[in-house]
Design a protein around this ligand. Sequence first.
Ligand code: NI
Length: 508
Amino acid sequence: MKKILMLLALILTLLLVTSALGWGAFNYFLVGDNPSLKDIDVTTTETSKYDNINVKTIERRENDNRSLLNVAYPVTENSKINQALEELSLDFIASFTETALSQEQAYQEYLTETGLVSNTIVTDYTQHFDVSFANEKYVSFVFYQYQSTGGTGLDNTFAMIFNRQTGAEIPIKDLFTDSSYLERLSKISREVLIARMLEKAETLDGSKQAIAEYIKNNKESITEGTKPLAENFNSLVISDDGILTIYFDKYQVAAGSEGILSVEIPLEQVADMLAPEVKEVFSIPKPKEKKPAPVAPRPQTIPDVSSAGQVNCDETKCVALTFDDGPSVYTGTLLNTLKEYNVPATFFVLGRSAKIQPDTISRIVAEGHELGNHTWDHKDLRTLGGSAIDAQLHQTDELLYSIVGIKPRYLRPPYGAFNDEVLKHVDRPIILWSVDPEDWKLPPHAELVRRMTSPQSGAIILAHDIHGPTVAAIPEVITELRKQGFTFVTVGDLLRKPLNAGQVYRHR
Ligand code: NI
């Protein structure tokens, strides 16, 4: 009786699986020996934080866990998009099925010949994705696929952009006005990758000859992998924070041990070659003034802003202006304003953006402002594990140190968000704010000025130098606060007394 039930279950499984996956799966189950109930796919669907985008996950564990599959892909409101996403996922699953079958045969042969159980013959396939951009009209996904048969495995990444109304996939070339984008992206990414590689070479132990060899080999593979060909730039992602990311597959521009590499470019830097629709979607301002911000020479000695202040905030009404999420294309203008009005400020910068605009970081420090750490790429630290939190902080520290020779003394966690786990990993004071004008919601100019100009004495005002309207409001904010008798100081000067690591400060 039990056998009949098993057989029924098996037939049902076959029907389900073949209808879902096609005949490749059917063949697999015929050849594979005694598939048991746990061999059935587990398929789950969950909602994502994006409207109308769900996550479908197919999981398989077969052959005593020697064959592992985990495939996640998005399901949207548009059936044409879904069809395309399902097709690519089923292709990946078919490739898994084929590989798992031959691997399992190899395993069985090995077992017969040697009588030994091997745990190195494993087929492990994983696909996951991120939503890099989503609005009502467009959605962009980036897929990561990993395929391993026991070795280090293959990593592969690619992006797909869809029109959500028509369901049509938008080819990457359509993001740009003409094909000259390949030359530009090739040049930019080559420069970035070579500079990064040379930086790494400096830290390597080894003979001069070995390091020269390392540099030569890497230059060759970077040059090869960044040739201006469409196939080398098939993984472009534009995210809603205005960054164009180019992903390079494992082995494309470096040794396999480096994994997938990426180069990030602010959209403003390539605005002139973006298609008009792209500019519209990402609301990139049309270039007005072309004159580049003056670049200050790197300071010989770093001014210690905390002792530089002669202001005594016990006797004076003090306020600290803080700017988050930069540096950006607007930071130069902001620095000009601060210089003109002789106002010090504190910049909580992102490592990712600092890497793209190191000269702006030099200027911030050279002109007497204070630098704070706002993590590498603005992840909610509560969602990360301990080592990822450490990496967010220290990667940013190291980068800033390499540019200006100082490590930021304070952290401002993205969204002001932290929990006990985060606090365990924060090795410095946490600076939040007491005035939040919500400038990122882009309130009308007068309203923004109003919100920023009624602080208590000792307040820390939050603002963002990634928004043009915020930067444009600063002259009025300064004038109004001065009229009220406020003196501007950096966070260091405002709080002054020794601060404790892991403790949160919102005002004096
Ligand atoms: Ni932020």
